[in-house]
Structure formats: C-alpha cells, structure tokens
Design a protein around this ligand. Structure first.
Ligand SMILES: Nc1ncnc2c1ncn2[C@@H]1O[C@H](COP(=O)(O)OP(=O)(O)OP(=O)(O)O)[C@@H](O)[C@H]1O
Length: 301
C-alpha cells in the first residue's frame, strides 16, 4: 500500500499542499480529483520523488520510497515525454531498458502492451505519425512496460476518444486486478465514476474527502428516491417533510426537506411515502437515486 502522510509543500509563500494524507490500496484504482491548480500534479511529483515535500512522508509497504523502490513505479507525467522522431516500439523498449529490463524482456513486454492497447500495427511508425490519441496510448505503454508495482498517471484519459478510453480503462483495470494499485488524476468525472474504486478529492491543497467511491456517494450525496405511480404524482408536493425535485406526470423524484434525511427524528419518512403511494393506487417503482460524482465533487469542495 502507498501511504501519503501529512505532506505539505510551498512555492515561495504559496502553500500548495497542506498536510495531504491518503492511501492507495492494493488491487484498487484510485481516482485523484481536483480542479485546476488544486495540487494533484504536485502530490504525484512528490510521490515519485521528482519534488521534495517540506513536511510529511510517503511510504510504500511501510518503508520510505528509495530510488530502488521508485524504479519499480510507473509514471505518466502530465507533460508527455516521448520522442516524436523515434519509432513507437523502439522507444517503449528503451523505457523498459531504463528500468533495468533485458532487451528480450523489454521487446516482449512492448509487443504485448501494444497489442493490448490496439497499437500493434503502428509499432514501427514514428510517434509523430500517430494521432494525438494514439500518441497517448503509446505514452501509457511506456509507463507500463516494466510491469510496475504501482502506477501513477497524470490525466491519462485527456484527449482520448470514448473507444480509446475503454481500451485504456481495460488495460489499467487488469493491472490493478493483478495487484498493482493505480493512482490517476482526471478532470473527466464520468470517466472517474466508471473507473475508480476509491476516490481522493483535493481542493486548494487540502484533502476534502477520501475513501471508497460508493461509500462517499452515500456520505456526500443527497438521498433521493424516484417514485413512479399509476397516475399523476403531483400529490407529493403537499406531503410535509419532503422536497419534490422533479415531477413529470406519474414520475417524481423526492428528497428529504431536512438535512437529517428520510429518517429525521427516528421517522421512516420514505416508508410512509411508499405506503401513501400504495394507498392511492399502483406503484410501479420506488428506487433510490444514486448521486453522481459531479454532485459529490461539488459538495465536497
Ligand atoms: N514549480 C512551481 N513553482 C511555483 N508554483 C507552482 C509550481 N508547481 C506548481 N505550482 C503551483 O501549485 C499549485 C498546484 O499546482 P498543480 O500542478 O499541482 O495542480 P493540479 O491539481 O495538478 O492542476 P491541473 O489540473 O491544472 O494540472 C498551482 O497554483 C501551481 O501554480
């Protein structure tokens, strides 16, 4: 497990990270979310040892991150670092060699990865001949070639079309399932929502929320139900204790008026509404509405 413990960092008198702490757990994909300038890249660079922290520590399996440990990490920086004039396969192999692989192992790993990323037919093209999305896939291959123990990816999905997002997603998921945790930053909330098991939300250099995605959804999202009845659902507007978020003929979305939720004061308000709906006639659906990541993000920051 990677542990970031109370990491702070300033540039001049600008405090960019303020006691940042979170974990990246084995077998899990952790999404690192934050607005522009929130401190994601700075945190990643500190994990990688490219930048020093003013305070705090980063440990991998309980030990400090030494150069040898770092050698086993895979990193895709925000500013991409491949050579436009070099052939795709040659430079991915070269990255493998930089991480201590033999020529034969680096070549085998490169071939396998390019196939997995649907880039096999472009192996002998110069990088600059590839579309930006395909260059990005090559960049991802370069960070994976040495079969890293931990993957840190800065905005790996930016600039990818939906098919490429799916391909990269599948490859990263497989790595996480094989035991290499993945920490990735993204602005694309829908992608993060699909992909991550855990979430870390940072704002102004402070961690605002972290933990399992589904648990955070429950903690931060407003509880809501969608109710579909056999006739007009407008009567819900007159029920005390709830707010009707939307109503469209027989379909309505409701939420509790009180911040304490549907169980405020020990009352099962949601059950009472369901019983009232059944008393009035047919109930076709009564379904909890899962809040979107967008909602959690706005609430947490
Ligand atoms: N080398 C540096 N010198 C001075 N300020 C810096 C330096 N690196 C980062 N910063 C500042 O630190 C803050 C956090 O930047 P960082 O790149 O970590 O944010 P981010 O969350 O990755 O943003 P983005 O999503 O836009 O990449 C910003 O205000 C940035 O201007």
């Amino acid at each position: 497990m990677l542990k970031v413990n109370g990491v702070s960092r300033s540039f001049g008198d600008h405090r960019v990270l303020d006691s940042v702490s979170f974990d990246v757990k084995p077998g899990r994909m952790t999404g690192f979310l934050g607005a522009n300038g929130a401190g994601k890249t700075t945190t990643m660079r500190i994990i990688l040892g490219v930048l020093k922290a003013d305070a705090g520590s980063v440990t991998w399996h309980g030990q400090p991150v030494t150069q040898a440990v770092r050698q086993r990490f895979g990193y895709m920086p925000e500013e991409r670092g491949l050579y436009p004039k070099m052939k795709v396969a040659d430079q991915i192999q070269w990255f493998g060699r930089l991480h201590g692989m033999s020529q034969a192992k680096a070549a085998a790993s490169t071939e396998r990865l390019l196939d997995e990323l649907d880039l096999g037919t472009r192996a002998n093209d110069k990088l600059e001949a590839l579309s930006l999305g395909n260059q990005q896939r090559a960049q991802i291959a370069a960070s994976l070639v040495h079969d890293p123990d931990l993957l840190i990816l800065d905005e790996p999905f930016s600039g990818l079309d939906p098919i490429a997002v799916d391909t990269v997603l599948r490859v990263l998921r497989q790595r996480a399932a094989d035991g290499s945790p993945v920490l990735f930053s993204s602005h694309q909330l829908s992608v993060v929502e699909q992909l991550c098991d855990d979430l870390v939300i940072i704002s102004g250099g402070e961690i605002r929320a972290s933990g399992e995605r589904d648990e955070l959804k429950q903690r931060y999202g407003t509880p809501r139900y969608e109710l579909v009845v056999g006739s007009d659902a407008g009567w819900l507007r007159d029920v005390p204790g709830i707010k009707v978020t939307s109503v469209d003929g027989p379909k309505a979305v409701i939420e509790p008026a009180s911040a304490e939720g549907f169980r405020a004061g020990g009352e099962a308000l949601d059950q009472r509404i369901l019983q009232e709906a059944m008393r009035r006639g047919e109930v076709r659906a009564f379904t909890p509405v899962v809040p979107s990541l967008n909602e959690i993000f706005k609430e947490a920051i």
